[in-house]
Design a protein around this ligand. Structure first.
Ligand code: G3I
Length: 384
């Protein structure tokens, strides 16, 4: 680790120059803050250990996978960071009945499941990426409306601002007081950019009430209540597409100047043809120009309908190419601190229902057996 830090120091300088002197990063200076493999989180020799000098390795899961001993064994061997696929989203934390009729008008949250997630994470030695605080989706419509009733009009900006602050404060405070240090990063705002350029305007209660102002507001409250070592992220998909990439760059640059943000989450839902390795690399280079910004690949999967030997080999080869680039970028000083796979096994993936066809996008098959991609990632990790 120490050697890595020294090497990284020289490489940051090289990267800064390579990026036109536009900033560079504080690569690995804060690696002490990121989760590491411990005895508590399983046997050594998995992906988390192989990539220990590069980034932490995470997986998106649901509580039932953590309480299934076969799955837990895989998770503990290969991963040192987890993200809840759905359970920490507002729709699963906000309490409509509890929020109605309160004299302070503020929302109430349900903490039972949240507490059991935090406990499972702590007991099994995982650090948690919190996903997500402010998102247009999976946030109930009633949250934006008078008296928390879906059939009522929207509340005004001032009221919604207080509700936002209250929600962020309650969730962060609960996690930090009950299980300090377990949640190490939050996707504070998710998917606020539009697909064709500009901000996302449609289907967002946040945008309807605030316009784009809600983004800075969310980060302001998150910074106010987050413990010092909890990292705050902006997270989005297709972040390698030029228009979105540039919007993210501009928005995050402004937030960073005000010290309201620590990193960019590149979701990374890839398929077998798109995006190109160059597309991803260009986005990472661009984001790395923001001085001190961390980059995490927060939702990696690769849509693939062909699970023949040939299809899985092709998938392994593409994953290998992308991860070779990621490792090289990281060595050159891009501050890539975590990669997270959006699911454990191919039988539990959002892609099959979303695409309407069976998808095999992950590292393990439905029986929990490592696919060819697993070994190809191991080779990348072990390559000099
Ligand atoms: O919980 C209900 C259940 O009660 C009901 O019977 C069932 C019937 O369809 O639906 C269940 O809810 C589903 C939920 O996942 C929990 O399984 C929703 O229908 C389904 O739409 C929802 O999908 C999730 C999706 O976000 C919603 O936007 C996926 O699991 C989850 O992987 C996906 O994750 C998102 C990230 O948060 C943000 N980035 C994109 C990524 C992929 O869409």
């Amino acid at each position: 680790m120490i050697r890595k830090k020294l090497v990284a120091g020289a490489l940051i300088l090289a990267m800064t120059v390579a990026l036109g002197g536009c900033g560079g990063t504080t690569k690995k200076e804060d690696s002490k803050d990121t989760p590491v493999a411990t005895e508590a989180n399983g046997a050594a020799g998995g992906l988390k250990d192989a990539f220990a000098d590069d980034f932490t390795v995470g997986v998106a899961i649901n509580t039932y996978q953590l309480t299934d001993s076969d799955k837990l064994e895989i998770i503990q061997k290969d991963f040192n960071s987890i993200t809840m696929e759905n359970e920490m989203k507002p729709e699963n934390i906000l309490d409509q009945a509890g929020s109605e009729g309160q004299s302070d008008g503020m929302p109430r949250i349900k903490t039972d499941n949240l507490e059991s997630i935090l406990k499972l994470a702590k007991d099994n030695g995982f650090k948690l990426r919190g996903h997500t605080l402010v998102w247009h989706s999976q946030t109930p419509d009633w949250f934006f409306r008078k008296d928390y009733e879906a059939s009522n009009d929207y509340v005004d900006k001032d009221t919604m601002s207080k509700r936002m602050e209250s929600y962020i404060k309650q969730v962060l405070t609960f996690c930090q007081e009950k299980y300090p240090g377990v949640v190490y990063a939050w996707d504070v705002v998710n998917e606020a950019m539009g697909d064709g350029g500009g901000f996302r305007t449609e289907g967002s209660g946040w945008y309807d009430i605030f316009g784009e102002e809600f983004i800075e507001k969310a980060f302001t409250y998150a910074r106010k209540y987050a413990d010092k070592d909890v990292k705050l992220f902006y997270n989005d998909y297709n972040s390698y597409e030029a228009s979105k990439r540039n919007m993210i760059f501009a928005t995050v640059s402004k937030l960073k100047e005000k010290n309201l943000i620590d990193g960019i989450g590149m979701q990374s839902h890839w398929d077998m043809e798109y995006p190109s390795v160059d597309n991803i690399e260009t986005a990472i280079e661009k984001f790395s120009e923001i001085k001190g910004i961390e980059i995490q690949l927060t939702e990696i999967d690769m849509h693939n309908t062909d699970d023949s030997d040939e299809g899985l080999k092709a998938q392994a080869a593409r994953y290998k190419e992308i991860f070779t680039m990621l490792k090289n970028m990281d060595k050159k000083g891009a501050n890539i601190t975590n990669v997270t796979f959006w699911g454990l096994q191919d039988d539990v993936t959002w892609l099959s229902s979303f695409k309407g066809e069976e998808s095999f996008p992950l590292l393990f098959d439905a029986d929990g057996k490592a696919k060819p991609v697993y070994n190809s990632l191991m080779e990348v990790a072990k390559a000099k």
